[in-house]
Design a binder for this molecule. Structure first.
Ligand code: ATP
Ligand code: MG
Length: 559
């Protein structure tokens, strides 16, 4: 991958420094740790590309770890979707791990902490505990249960596990420091009671470990050398280390947490909670709606794994939070599809064109190159006849010299076909053009080798033969939000910025070769943009999604 050529990012510097000191290359091991409470989004792609990218760079294993400690929000459906997305991006994990597989070990360690008077059962409600937390400048107040005996704590904790108590009746807290300047160190909760069935452990447990207690210990169990997370966990590092101090033995590798900036993207939201809201409220058709910034939405929209990986590599890993313009992702997908997508003829807004001097019952099958950027892409035959469709906007009765399309008394080339000249047109009562009449020059066929075929005219149009064209549905998308940072407004909910016009479905005409297209096949509709076959297609009706236009139209709108 290109990562060997560019300069090291700060995460790689950390690893290089560790390798120069006391880490061996074979001790490196990374993980990507999603919580299965939603589908992966483009923000996760940064973390996936970081961790799996490090794996590739250092030939180190990378675990896929499901951080599944909250049964109220987690589901098998999400586990399956996450695996599918990581695989689709082209990464291979070493072990498939689940924090829930460590519930037994975590429980045993918790009992050890109780025995060492480093954890206690608090029987206050959440509100009382919150009130005693103090503020960053004032120390917290000790719980009245802080000095329970080891025996009492052990008995209560075991009874919590056995299901003797209701949710909220007790929690297990680490006994650290109620006056620490880091409020997370003020006796953080390790376990809470939840009488909920877990998607994997079912009803085995009714107490569940908290994230902080689980994450570092899971890293330790898996011998993870470097545990990279986003900046909001920077303050948690002290706690991560404190929990590790309680269990790490000198002969085992001690994992190291380091933080990088969470990525935000313009005109969308990347938070599973908010994306779930869009799904549940029917703003979108599902997690894989082509407007969603999810990996599965981008996939359905026609994005390639390479475009997403290149995008993540290009924006890199940052130390500070910032907003990345999503048009950069469009740039990387254009770049990739330009190399890989076959060019085809498709007309989205048809205007009938008759070639008056072309024989009524004649048809030709013209050889057309599939992709000039790829010499192995081959060619296909495209039908040509007397009646064609061109794009409505490609004809004007009169226009200035900069209109390099069709106007009366002037010439254009029909891509892969002939040079034509517009002679006259029909109009309806409102003055809209309904049909164009042209003549063609039979000696000018593209690729025929004749002198006339080499004649240059300004302007080339795409077209389809009316009798051979196939009707398809095309779905056009706009940004899902009208505001560049929909979730950054204090006084307004992000839902207020949903773009009411982000979806449109039209009928279009395509060349017949497309009838063999399969779901997820990607094409360049010449002069329009990139399109992909949607899973809603049937054998009678193909449905295409527009991935992106050929040029960045938003850049102009924004300036
Ligand atoms: P969300 O708020 O969307 O639920 P999360 O951080 O809670 O995000 P996790 O499933 O816990 O989601 O994330 C798995 C990994 O991906 C974590 O290491 C997390 O830091 C990282 N990650 C999540 N969102 C982003 C983002 N926008 N940019 C970079 N990394 C991210
Ligand atoms: Mg999370």
């Amino acid at each position: 991958m290109s990562s060997t050529k560019r300069s090291l990012n700060f995460i790689e510097h950390i690893i290089e420094e560790d390798l120069a000191k006391d880490y061996s290359k074979s001790s490196l091991r990374f993980r990507f740790p999603p919580e299965p409470n939603g589908y992966l989004h483009i923000g996760h792609a940064s973390s996936i590309c970081l961790n799996f990218g490090l794996g590739l760079r250092y030939s180190a294993p990378v675990n896929l770890r499901f951080d599944d400690t909250n049964p109220t929000k987690e589901e098998q459906e999400y586990v399956d979707a996450i695996k599918r997305d990581v695989e689709w991006l082209g990464f291979e994990w070493d072990k498939e791990c689940y924090a829930s597989d460590y519930f037994g070990q975590l429980y045993d360690w918790a009992e050890e902490l109780i025995k060492q008077s480093k954890a206690y059962v608090d029987s206050q409600n959440a509100e009382a505990i919150a009130q005693q937390k103090g503020t960053p400048t004032e120390p917290g107040t000790a719980s009245p249960f802080r000095d329970r005996t080891v025996e009492e704590n052990l008995r209560l904790f075991r009874e919590m596990k056995e299901g003797k108590y209701k949710e909220g009746e007790h929690v297990l807290r680490a006994k650290i420091d109620m006056s620490s300047s880091n409020m997370l160190m003020r006796d953080p909760i390790m376990y809470r009671i939840l009488h909920k069935s877990h998607h994997r452990t079912k009803n085995d447990w009714c107490i569940y470990p908290m994230y902080d207690w689980t994450h570092g210990e899971s890293d330790y169990i898996e011998s993870i050398s470097h545990s990279f997370c986003t900046l909001e966990f920077a303050m948690h590092r002290e706690l991560y280390d404190w929990f590790l101090d309680q269990v790490v033995t000198p002969e085992n590798l001690r994992p190291k947490q380091r933080e990088f900036a969470r990525r935000n993207f313009s005109h969308t939201v990347v938070s599973k909670r908010r994306l779930l809201q869009l799904v549940e409220q029917g703003v979108v058709s599902g997690w894989d709606d082509p407007r969603m910034p999810t990996i599965s939405g981008l996939r359905r929209r026609g994005y390639t794994p390479m475009s997403i990986r290149n995008f993540a590599d290009t924006i890199g890993i940052a130390k500070r939070d910032n907003v990345v313009d999503l048009s950069l992702l469009e740039f990387t997908v254009r770049e990739d599809l330009n190399k890989t997508a076959d060019r085809v003829h498709a007309v989205l807004d048809p205007l009938l064109l008759e070639i008056t001097n072309y024989p009524e019952d004649q048809e030709e099958w013209i050889e057309a190159e599939n992709n000039p950027e790829d010499e192995n892409a081959g060619s296909r035959k495209v039908p040509f006849s007397k009646y064609l469709y061109i794009e409505k906007e490609d004809f004007k009765e009169e226009a200035n010299r900069k209109f390099f399309r069709l106007k009366l008394d002037s010439e254009v080339r029909l891509k892969n076909g002939y040079i034509i000249k517009a002679v006259s047109c029909d109009k309806d009562a409102d003055g809209n053009v309904t049909k164009v009449y042209c003549t063609y020059d039979p000696d000018t066929r593209s690729g025929s080798g004749s002198e006339a075929s080499k004649r240059k005219v300004k302007g080339t149009l795409h077209w389809v033969s009316k009798t051979h064209a196939k009707s398809v549905k095309v779905r056009l998308y706009d940004r899902l939000f009208t505001d560049p940072t929909p979730d950054a407004h204090k006084d307004k909910d992000f839902m207020e910025f949903v773009n009411p016009n982000s979806f449109e479905e039209i009928e279009a005409f395509v060349e017949p070769s497309l009838m063999d297209a399969k779901v997820e096949d990607r094409f360049q509709f010449q002069r329009i943009g990139y399109f992909v076959v949607d899973k809603d297609s049937t054998s009678e009706q193909l449905v295409f999604n527009k991935t992106v236009g050929l040029r960045d139209t938003w850049a102009k709108l924004d300036s």
